[in-house]
Write a protein that binds this ligand. Structure first.
Ligand code: SF4
Length: 467
């Protein structure tokens, strides 16, 4: 019998999953994948049954001894803990009467899956032990009203590089809750990235409150990874992530990048394909006076010029951003500046929230609070413009061949599927609807890439023919 655990995040009292891994190296890989997902989603894992909130037993069903050892282990886990999920080869075995062997021997188990069933196991874990936190939603100021976003990482994973924030945007209370920026050691981040990639993750989503500021708190000190010095700085981190992901054919996507001049250095990595040419830049507004009232990071930067330079350096670049309409004191002229900016900057994906005051936010004390109806009216006007810009950008893709990461493909895609291109971050952007492959031999598999020819653009989404 072998145990496998991975250390998990820093939530004060995260739910704990006891984990036992039995069997061959393939079963061990399944265990690593499940443990990676547990870790990425904030669960603590332990080698013991006692004190755990539930137990997962990854079983072996190969020879009689292994079957006995698996059944005995399930029995022990039930006796000592009581809440048990069974996965692995034995989970797929039926007895002489055709019934599931594990269920007939141990009817009290919470769930049983076969091998290679990470998502089914995670679904069972979620049903019996809710997710401790949603890494993306945790990073989004709730005041923007998008706390309802649900993410279920499968073949993609969030890689949190820092916690907290040194800024004091007047509409945001995150720094008062989470404190100043604390960057994770670069070696830890890269080790986690490697574990995720080795566990089958095909898309790493780099998240933080302020990705461009990575390492500021430690003065960009030089850390170590794989015996080599690496600076605690966005450029070096992203470079290393690109190198790590390359042999796995995996994507690296950057979120929460503020438009500092240092971001310019990342663009060649995007142009060369080392990381995805995608930037999630939460701009919130364009007018310098509004940005100053918001106390936004990089508010003094010439964002339109910067974006245009980025596009010149990397024509494939896709930019997603969020904006606030109706910030206190916003004049019609300032709002119009924002509308003009979205058109000129050709923001590919934009979200917009009507300003809403958050308890404890400094912006509440600003003069010129606009009536709620006007804030909402501006939000609607913004979205009309942003959606038109977005649709024009999408239309340009028709006829192109794109790499698509498959998110869903019932029946191996015989009736089509759903995926995403580099231009679509999970849950927040559009999707690529995949038609059934024309070639009979071609299948679509969740978590694998397929090439597809874009046949049309529909709203925020694309329709494509796998080739
Ligand atoms: S950058 Fe501004 S909005 Fe973002 S977490 Fe920091 S204070 Fe809040």
């Amino acid at each position: 019998m072998s145990d496998a655990t991975v250390p998990t995040g820093s939530t004060p009292h995260p739910p704990t999953v006891g984990f036992v891994s039995l069997g061959c190296p393939k079963a061990l890989t399944d265990s690593e994948l499940i443990l990676t997902q547990l870790s990425a989603q904030g669960y603590q894992t332990s080698k013991t049954f006692q004190g755990a909130d539930l137990v997962i037993v990854n079983t072996c069903g190969f020879i009689d001894d292994a079957v006995k050892e698996s059944l005995d282990t399930i029995g022990e886990a039930l006796a000592e803990n009581g809440r048990v999920i069974v996965t692995g080869c034995l989970g797929a075995k039926t007895g002489a009467d055709g019934s599931n062997m594990v269920r007939s021997m141990h009817p009290k188990v919470l769930a049983v899956t076969g091998p290679h069933a990470t998502q089914e196991v995670m679904d069972a874990v979620h049903a019996h032990l809710p997710k401790p936190h949603d890494p993306f939603v945790d990073l989004v100021p709730n005041a923007f009203g998008i706390a309802g976003i649900k993410l279920t990482p499968r073949h993609y994973a969030y890689l949190k590089i820092s916690e907290g924030c040194n800024h004091r945007c007047t509409f945001c209370i995150i720094p008062s809750m989470r404190g100043d920026l604390v960057s994770r050691p670069v070696g830890d981040v890269l080790s986690e990235a490697r574990a995720l990639l080795e566990g089958g993750v095909k898309e790493l989503l780099v998240i933080s409150q302020d990705t461009s500021a990575y390492g500021v708190d430690v003065k960009y000190r030089t850390g170590f990874w794989d015996g080599k010095p690496v600076k605690t700085r966005m450029l070096e981190l992203v470079q290393a992530l690109g190198e790590l992901a390359q042999p796995f054919g995996a994507w690296v996507r950057l979120h929460y990048v503020y438009p500092y001049p240092s971001v310019d250095d990342i663009l060649p990595l995007m142009a060369s394909g080392a990381i995805l040419p995608y930037l999630d830049v939460p701009l919130q507004h364009s007018h310098p006076d509004v940005l100053r009232r918001m106390k936004r990071p990089a508010s003094g930067e010439k964002n339109l010029e910067r974006i245009q330079q980025w596009r010149a350096a990397c024509p494939e670049l896709v930019i997603r951003s969020t904006f606030i309409a109706g910030f206190p004191g916003e004049t019609e002229a300032e709002f119009q500046h924002l509308l003009d900016f979205v058109e000129a900057a050709e923001i590919d994906r934009a979200g917009c929230f009507a300003y809403s005051p958050v308890d404890g936010a400094a912006a509440n004390a600003l003069p010129g609070m606009l009536p709620a109806a006007l804030r909402e009216e501006r939000r609607i006007r913004f979205m009309e413009v942003a959606e038109r810009v977005s649709a024009q950008r999408l239309q340009r893709r028709v006829g192109a061949v794109m790499q698509v990461l498959v998110d869903s493909a019932p029946g191996l895609g015989k009736k089509g599927g759903v995926g995403r291109s580099y231009a679509d971050a999970p849950e927040i952007d559009g999707i690529v609807r995949l038609l059934p492959p024309e070639k009979i031999s071609k299948t679509l598999k969740v978590g694998e890439f397929t090439r597809a020819r874009i046949v049309s653009a529909q709203g925020h989404d694309l329709l494509a023919q796998p080739i």
